[in-house]
Design a protein around this ligand. Structure first.
Ligand SMILES: [Zn+2]
Length: 473
């Protein structure tokens, strides 16, 4: 079903890629002369007139080799430029039925099965469906493969493999996240009807895309049932189970083991930072909202981090490096994890402040444990530096103009990115009525898997590790 959509997409070319400034530094270097770069030209059937284009496999011009000998590298002309591929890459990515099981899509050989002296013979062929393709025949193939084994890669696929590699190497990040303050989120907030969200894939795609951009989404018309939050989360994928349960209740109760289960004010925080992989999405369905007050409020920690960086790069740096310990220390559970406040993607050289790619923010004051490293001594300034940075960051997080406040009514559900959007609650009067939220979590892998399936279905492309991948016809 996605094929029809994807075949209409214009092909993305290397020339369009190199418009990305960050890539320029990483443009392909001139080909090194190596004895291993021995490519050859075989007689190629003339392409149909409609596909008239330059030859796709070239021999190395200066080596003048037309000898048809196997080589460790293959040069393919893509969009007029010679591009060199290691035969190992071409062999390893073979998708023929001998190499990849057509049903399970699992690989049937190991990369480590490929002989280290692998060489390829190649020619171009025209495939009715896939256009121009490179066909490779292997010299010293993986043991067990006969002389008839052929690997085919379309020029489109090779072009996209290069694009992806270039973008990954260049640190290019496709980041759709829209940072917000109160004014922006008030203008752009999205409410989705529960019925549509549950029944229509396109509505789900729209909702999850919005959630990906803003980290915040609201549903209305949610049935009064303890199963509703399971249904909403289940539409994305498997729920994340924790020691709080697969779903959990936020109600006030006496001698609560967690401040969330009281009627007290609960400041801006994230959940479960004392675990190694805190939940990505948090869902809260309001089943009862009859106690006065108890408004929820939210703050975009990424927006505050970017603002902090523009105000003080040293505070920003401190929050990227100073270790903060979180814990949940009770008789039957003892969780403990230390992390800096701001985690960046591990890409080099972010010269422009606006290009800082934040991976996660970790901010959960109620669940902090004692600091363990850099606790401060006579001449140590790290803790004082952290305190100053934490002051500055907290001021930004809780600034009136950055907060979005909303009191969830019965039949409404909020979904937010727990690694980005901080949540909080004003105190409420439990003696005057019932307040009951039903909660659930979903992991990042689960969310992005669903989003990619929908992106591929509706847009013919999808994103992983910050790089856009285009579906291939
Ligand atoms: Zn194969």
């Amino acid at each position: 079903m996605s094929t029809k959509l994807t075949t209409r997409l214009p092909l993305r070319t290397l020339s369009s890629l190199t418009r990305v400034g960050a890539c320029q530094r990483f443009a392909f270097k001139p080909v090194q002369q190596q004895s291993s770069v021995r490519c050859f030209w075989r007689s190629t059937p003339a392409p149909p007139a409609a596909h008239a284009q330059p030859e796709h496999i070239v021999h190395h011009a200066t080596e003048n080799q037309l000898d048809g000998k196997p080589a460790k590298h293959v040069t393919v002309t893509i969009d007029g430029n010679p591009r060199i591929f290691d035969a190992v890459f071409l062999r390893d990515s073979c998708t023929c039925p001998q190499c990849v099981d057509p049903d399970s899509k699992q690989k049937l050989f190991q990369t480590s099965d490929i002989p280290q002296n692998l060489q390829a013979l190649c020619r171009t062929v025209q495939d009715k469906a896939k256009g121009c393709m490179v066909e490779l025949q292997w010299d010293t193939d993986v043991p067990g493969y006969g002389p008839d084994h052929r690997t085919r890669h379309s020029t489109d696929w090779l072009r996209r493999a290069l694009n992806t590699e270039l973008e990954l190497r260049g640190g290019v990040r496709n980041d759709e996240r829209v940072l917000w303050n109160r004014e922006k989120i008030t203008k752009n907030n999205k409410w989705v009807d529960y019925g549509k969200y549950m029944a229509e894939d396109e509505a789900l795609f729209d909702a999850l895309s919005h959630l990906n951009k803003y980290g915040l989404l609201f549903l209305k018309g949610v049935p009064e049932s303890e199963e509703s939050v399971v249904n909403i989360a289940g539409r994305i994928g498997t729920l994340k189970d924790t020691f709080y349960g697969r779903t959990w209740d936020v109600k006030s109760k006496p001698n609560a083991e967690n401040i969330a289960y009281t009627q007290h004010f609960l400041g801006l925080h994230m959940d479960l930072l004392y675990t190694s992989n805190p939940p990505y999405l948090q869902l809260l369905h309001s089943i009862r909202a009859r106690a006065p007050r108890g408004e929820s409020f939210f703050s975009d920690s990424f927006h505050a981090a970017h603002t902090l960086q523009s105000q003080s790069s040293s505070h920003f740096r401190t929050l990227c490096t100073f270790p903060v310990t979180y814990h949940y220390h009770h008789p039957n559970y003892h969780y403990h994890f230390t992390r800096p406040t701001i985690e960046l993607f591990p890409y080099p050289k972010y010269s422009e402040p606006t290009n800082v790619a934040i991976k996660h923010v970790n901010w959960s004051p109620p669940f902090q444990g004692p600091f363990e490293a850099r606790i401060g001594g006579e001449k140590q300034t790290a803790l004082r530096n952290y305190l100053a940075a934490a002051h500055a960051y907290e001021r930004l997080l809780s600034a009136e103009e950055n907060l979005y406040e909303y009191r969830l009514e019965e039949g409404e559900c909020v979904i937010f990115d727990n690694r980005r959007v901080l949540h909080a609650r004003r105190s409420f009067d439990a003696s005057k009525g019932e307040r009951w939220l039903k909660g659930a979590y979903v992991d990042d892998d689960v969310f992005f898997s669903r989003l990619r399936v929908l992106q591929e279905k509706y847009e013919g492309k999808w994103t992983a590790e910050g790089v856009v991948r285009y579906a291939i016809a």
